[in-house]
Ligand binder design. Structure first.
Ligand SMILES: [Zn+2]
Ligand SMILES: [Zn+2]
Length: 196
């Protein structure tokens, strides 16, 4: 299960509705369950689709202090292998058979890439809402442990009392948005190496 964190002014509801608007059409259908704290969007093939097999995938959108955590579930396959298999067998008998299956083949391949399409859509939606994998402005403000004054992230010492702040600055993984401690060298969520 792959997880990313989007920081900023984004809610599970906004993200969920935008995903449904994108995926509830054509050969796909999408529906949402849950509430404003934790929303599950299921994206799958419409029953009775002629090609592409049946596939379904769940996107879990969880509200947290600084935005939304997104988990993409394992894609479930119901019959796409059989659909691809028919095409391969037909092509083996005669390459001309493949011509009649080109649309089906395109649909099979499109369904295989649905995972990437969903991440792409989520990235687009988050960007349009001003959210990103970086810490939001709100969390970027650090509170000085000595005088309680809010300081911008990256400030080496408190702007009010001059106390050192350096070691406590939070940051996020550039690959998945996970909030990490300054000493970590790889992301605990996605194992992406982190810039020092
Ligand atoms: Zn201070
Ligand atoms: Zn990461």
């Amino acid at each position: 299960m792959e997880q990313r964190t989007y920081h900023g002014n984004l809610t599970p509801m906004e993200l969920g509705q935008a995903l449904i608007a994108r995926f509830n059409r054509g050969n796909l259908r999408a529906q949402q369950l849950g509430d404003s704290e934790r929303l599950i969007v299921q994206i799958g093939t419409r029953p009775g689709a002629l090609a592409g097999g049946d596939t379904t995938i769940s996107v879990v959108l969880q509200k947290f202090v600084d935005g939304v955590t997104v988990q993409l579930g394992q894609q479930a396959w119901l019959g796409i292998a059989a659909s691809l298999g028919t095409t391969a067998l037909a092509a083996l008998r005669s390459p001309f058979n493949l011509l009649g299956r080109l649309d089906d083949l395109a649909q099979d391949i499109q369904n295989i890439q649905i995972n990437d399409q969903i991440w792409q859509a989520i990235d687009d939606i988050a960007r349009a809402a001003g959210a990103s994998l970086e810490l939001s402005e709100r969390l970027r403000r650090m509170v000085c442990p000595y005088c309680q004054t809010a300081n911008p992230v990256g400030e080496p010492s408190c702007i009010a009392c001059g106390a050192p702040l350096g070691k406590t600055q939070p940051r996020t993984c550039p690959n998945c948005g996970f909030v990490i401690k300054s000493a970590e060298k790889v992301c605990p969520n996605c194992r992406h190496p982190l810039p020092v």
